[in-house]
Design a protein around this ligand. Structure first.
Ligand SMILES: *Cc1c(COP(=O)(O)O)cnc(C)c1O
Length: 217
């Protein structure tokens, strides 16, 4: 397990470095968020021992016990669908919320009593089954986010459509980057195991990688 994880991590870091260098970027400008949903505490601790400090989880119920027993210097990223009725507790346990898209979430997050970094989730291909805002609604919602002092607006996030070839993601990633510039975002959360090189070439600052590190879920 740990041996595989170490090899996988090295491979992911090499892929990040090559993608960054190919586009004239410093690899250190890309944060690797290790997506640990469905993986046990032991796997996260092994990744921590290899130097990782950013972890992503999708469900509060699953994440909370992990957060409670793992080291306090981990940055926890909430990347799942955020229901308003869970948002206050998500704000208490997580440092970064990637999936903001309505004011109900903000109202509840504001009750957490601490500041979090926030990204607006964009439904970049306007798929009916996906959450997130269409690009056209980002500017108005960003203004609302700025009204909430407890949420520091950092930028945009997308999951993106399922495609056969990572290269097909490029136009989506590019339009998210352009929208992020227009919105004044400095972080850009895009790219997963199968497409993070393209995302980095298009300006991603936070790649969310699960399978390529921990193996198939
Ligand atoms: C599960 C998940 C990931 C990681 O996906 P992999 O393909 O395993 O790298 C990234 N982002 C979000 C929002 C996820 O839910």
């Amino acid at each position: 397990m740990t041996a595989n994880l170490a090899l996988n991590l090295r491979a992911v870091q090499d892929r990040i470095a090559r993608a960054a260098e190919a586009s004239g970027r410093d690899p250190a400008s890309v944060t690797l968020v290790a997506v640990s949903k469905t993986y046990p505490v032991d796997a996260i601790r092994a990744a921590y021992d290899l130097g990782l400090r950013h972890f992503g989880e999708s469900r509060l119920q699953e994440a909370q016990p992990k957060i409670e027993i793992l080291p306090g210097d981990i940055q926890w990223h909430f990347i799942g669908h955020l229901q308003s009725n869970k948002a206050k507790r998500v704000g208490q346990f997580f440092d970064v919320v990637h999936t903001l898209h309505n004011e109900g979430q903000l109202r509840e997050l504001a009750k957490a009593g601490r500041q979090v970094d926030g990204l607006i989730e964009v439904n970049i291909a306007e798929e009916s089954q996906k959450s997130g805002l269409p690009l056209a609604d980002v500017a108005a919602f960003r203004k609302i986010v700025l009204d909430y002092a407890q949420v520091r607006f950092r930028g945009l996030m997308t999951i993106g459509p399922a495609v056969e070839n990572a290269e097909q993601m490029r136009p989506y990633f590019r339009s998210l980057r352009e929208a992020n510039q227009a919105a004044g975002g400095s972080w850009l959360s895009m790219g997963m195991s199968h497409d993070f090189e393209v995302a980095i070439q298009e300006g991603s600052t936070h790649v969310r990688v699960g399978t390529a590190l921990f193996g198939a879920r």
